[in-house]
Design a protein around this ligand. Structure first.
Ligand code: EPU
Length: 371
């Protein structure tokens, strides 16, 4: 177990914000993790689990023990007539893992290419892009409870996935004992109501590995407009998973800033959901509103469009700015030399929220974790 004190976190958060961790433990095995949880000098420090730091806004130093997940390993762990079951350790880089699965001939994760971060962080916000969400390919995950050190496994229902949401973002509303009881009960149930049976696991556990179910009868997901355009432009009637992977990489390069070049955390706000009535009301005033019908009769609105309509592209607070090409992304325009502060990011974010609320009556919800 490697323990570092007063460690800079600048290279461990994709905004490049300056902040320090009181203690940082590099977790390279489950043994490291257990040692960190039992070590007398670390035992009583609150723990924070850090993956790639690509969905994080640091507004100050972390007076905690940061568990930086660096465990590696990926393997095919099962197969049946319908699917391949592929497992990756939490510290694996997500994009490299996606590329590797495709090299092995296992399709299914191609739409999720180039999302920054580590495998262990992907279930937390149920990453999604270009018509596919993690939950569509998820099988189960292993985790360890930070207080008790107990290991447990959760399936998709138990993770209570939602749009950029999971059990790992809520609570905790209950105790570990209840989770365990819930877990055992759940195993014997065929269907269960996640909200009833589950409580939040936020800050309570560390995801150690994730298993994916990759379909043998693979069908490309090409509903997204930019992908349909590629299919047409390239005249490929039956694209391969590698084709889709390449297109998704190209689309992301065009639309989103590379965090290695311009610090950012991807979309800063979630796309809000509104009722049909509210959607119609806005369209009456703003006919070009970008909106998508949902199955439940509600509508999802493009937060980027709402922010853009309020004239935010290129505006800044200190070194925090709204990306010129995509208003949903906030960037660090000062680089690593003169980085923005978390305070600047949050001041900018609040100003955006206020102006969108004043014009459209919609409250935008930030996507990243703010610490
Ligand atoms: N738009 C504007 N102005 C802008 C930005 C967007 O008018 O400044 C319009 C676009 O023209 C488009 C619509 O808004 O019609 C939606 O934009 P885009 O297709 O770029 O997708 P998004 O809703 O901004 C979401 C996800 C992304 C994901 C893409 C593709 C959220 C919060 N974001 O972005 O996820 O890659 O769809 O599926 O759901 C992330 O979560 O970090 C992320 C990048």
């Amino acid at each position: 177990m490697m323990v570092e004190h007063n460690q800079s976190l600048q290279s461990y958060n994709s905004f490049g914000i300056l902040a320090r961790a009181q203690v940082l433990v590099r977790v390279r095995s489950e043994d490291d993790l257990r040692q960190a949880l039992h070590d007398p000098s670390l035992k009583f420090l609150p723990k924070f689990v850090l993956g790639g730091g690509s969905n994080l806004v640091l507004t100050g130093d972390l007076k905690v023990c940061v568990l930086k997940m660096e465990t590696l390993g990926r393997a095919l762990v099962g197969e049946d007539e319908r699917a391949y079951y592929v497992q990756a350790e939490a510290g694996e880089n997500w994009h490299d893992f996606v590329a590797w699965t495709l090299e092995q001939g296992w399709a299914g994760l191609e739409n999720l290419a180039m999302i920054p971060g580590t495998v262990g962080a992907t279930p937390v916000q149920n990453i999604g892009a270009y018509g596919v969400e993690l939950q569509d390919r998820f099988h189960e995950l292993d985790a360890i409870h930070l207080e008790t050190g107990e290991s447990f496994t959760l399936n998709a229902a138990q993770c209570a996935f939602g749009y950029r949401d999971s059990v790992f973002k809520h609570g905790p509303k209950s105790h570990w004992g209840e989770l365990k009881r819930g877990s055992e009960e759940l195993k014997s149930k065929t269907s269960f109501n996640a909200e009833q049976a589950f409580m939040g696991l936020a800050g309570q556990s560390v995801i150690t590995r994730v298993r994916f179910r990759l379909p043998k009868k693979w069908v490309p997901v090409l509903d997204y407009q930019d992908l349909q355009k590629r299919v047409k432009d390239f005249g490929v009637s039956k694209p391969s998973a590698q084709d889709v992977f390449g297109w998704v990489c190209d689309i992301r390069r065009e639309k989103l800033p590379d965090p290695k070049v311009i610090g950012n955390v991807g979309s800063f706000f979630k796309n809000p959901t509104v009722s049909e009535e509210q959607c119609k009301d806005i369209i009456a005033r703003e006919p070009s509103l970008v909106h998508y019908a949902l199955h439940d009769g509600n509508y999802k609105l493009a937060a980027g469009w709402l922010i853009d309509a309020c004239g935010w592209k290129g505006k800044s607070v200190g070194q925090a700015a709204v990306y010129e090409k995509q208003a949903l992304v906030l960037v660090n325009k000062g680089g690593l030399e003169m980085p923005c502060t978390g305070g600047e990011v949050m001041t900018l974010a609040r100003a955006i929220q206020t102006s969108v609320y004043e014009r459209f009556g919609i409250r935008l919800e930030p996507e990243p974790l703010v610490l």
